[in-house]
Design a protein around this ligand. Sequence first.
Ligand code: SAM
Length: 232
Amino acid sequence: MPKAPIQKMFDSIADRYDFLNHTLSLFRDVAWRKHSVRLLKNRAPKDCKLLDLCGGTGDFSKTYSKELGVPQLSVVGDFSYAMLSKVNAKSKELISVQLDATKTPFIDQSFDVILNAFGMRNLLDTAQGLEEVQRLLKPKGYFLTLEFFSPIDVFSRFFYKILAPLFIPFLGSIFSKKKEAYEYLVRSVLQFLSVKEYQDLAERLNFQCVSIKKMDMGIAYAVLLQKLEVKS
Ligand SMILES: C[S@@+](CC[C@H](N)C(=O)[O-])C[C@H]1O[C@@H](n2cnc3c(N)ncnc32)[C@H](O)[C@@H]1O
């Protein structure tokens, strides 16, 4: 799907987004975010400058603050104004910025930690998104991705190819009347990279893979990357 329709799609489901996220995942999304940010424990600096890219309604950065302490600066960046409009009701310390994740307005090396939950899959060009993260991170900064990657093992293939296409668009249409958005969700997982392909791409773009956490038999993964220092 080209950029403008994706933006419109997220604008159209923003009101029911959190509710459907929790319902369709049986609240596993809450646990996935929590387990993911814990990978940054004892790694992220206490006075961290944090960017939640494709941050939507701000749940990932909110989980970060709850688990690891409130960062010095916490920015939620997203291109959907409707999604961002929910951020402030959740937490006053979060600053919302409407932006395109592949071309952000920030100067080089602005952030210690960048988060991205379920956003990389939506970018038109994953490499461009990773390159922008690379530009925005300070040396040795961390990039944490939580994502539904293209399934590679038996259970996750069964889940995404057989189960998910049956129940996700159906429930999505009942609760949000936006069946296409939830058909897109399943399709975008199958069309995305596998976790191994994502790791390989990140390593080619000067990241080191610190940790990969498989959750719920491969339905979701957390990938923690660290920006390598450029050798002179
Ligand atoms: C599935 S939602 C995830 C939201 C949130 N991170 C979470 O954990 O629930 C994906 C988000 O990515 C945003 N998005 C997709 N492509 C984007 C882009 N190129 N630039 C900025 N935001 C984008 C959408 O507007 C949407 O809010």
